[in-house]
Design a protein around this ligand. Sequence first.
Ligand code: HEM
Length: 258
Amino acid sequence: GGEGHALRDGGFSFDGPFGAFHQGQLQRGYKVYREVCASCHSMDLMHFRTLAEPGGPFYDSHQASPAENRFVRALSKEFQIPDIDTETGEPIMRDGTPADRFPHPYPNATAAAAANGGAAPPDLSVMAKARHGGANYIYSLLTGYKAPPAGLQMRPGQNYNEYMAGDLSPFWTGDADHVPPGGFIAMPDPLRAGQVTYDDGTVASVDQMAKDVAAYIAWASDPKQVQRKQTGVGVLIFLFLFAGVTYLSYRRIWKGVA
Ligand code: HEM
C-alpha cells in the first residue's frame, strides 16, 4: 500500500528547528483552500480572525487586533452565515465577521457522504497532524493522481493515487510481486493548472497550488509552531550565556586555589 512509497518533498520554509512559515505562501494557500477545497472540506477549528493572528496569512502588525484586521473583515463578509434574528427569533443568513467559524460546505455528515459517493471529505483543520508526513503528504497526495496502471481493476467512484494509503492487491490482476503503490481515493483530482489567480502574480501550476495549500494546512494544524520554535531558540541562547557566566564565576572562585 501507500507505506513505503517515499513522499515528495515540498522543500518547505517551515521545516527544521529554525523554520518559519512564509506569509505569501500562506496567503496563496488560503486562496486555494477557499476557492478549491472549501467546496467539499470543512475546517472546523478555524475562525476568520485566526487568519490575522501573529504568524497567520493576514497578520499585520499595523492593525489593532485580529478582529479589527481590515483584510480579514472584508474576507469574512464574503460568506453568508446561518444565524437567528435576535428580535424575531427567525433563522436568517447574515454577513460573516472575523469572530465566525469557517462555514461548512454541507449541512451535515450524511449530506457530505451522499455528495461524495459515500466517503465524507474529512475536516482539514489538523490534517497535517492527522497524517504521517504532514505537509509533504498533502503535497504528495495532491500531485499523486496517475492514470491507473494496466491490470488494476478500478471501482466506481474511485480514483487511483500513488500516495493514498491502502492495499491494492485485491484489485490487481498483474504480477503479485509488483502490486502498484498507493490506493483508491474517493476525492477526484482537485487541481487544474491556472485554477486560481494568485494576487502576488505567482504562476498557479498544480505543483505550486499543491505546495501552497499544504503549507496553509500545516500552519492551520499548528498556528503556534513558529512562536514555539522562537521561544526554544531564546531558551538556548539563555542557557548558552548562563553556562558562560557559570564557568567564569567558577574560574574566579577557584582562582589561586591549589
Ligand atoms: C480526502 C485534501 C479538495 C473530496 C482528502 C484528504 C486530504 C484532502 C488531505 C485525506 C486523504 C487521506 O485520507 O489520507 C484536499 C485538498 C483539497 C481538496 C487540500 C483542495 C486542493 C477536494 C474537493 C473534493 C474533495 C474539491 C470534492 C469534490 C474529498 C473526499 C475525500 C477527501 C470525498 C475522502 C476520500 C476517501 O476517503 O476516499 N482531501 N481535498 N476534496 N477529499 Fe479532498
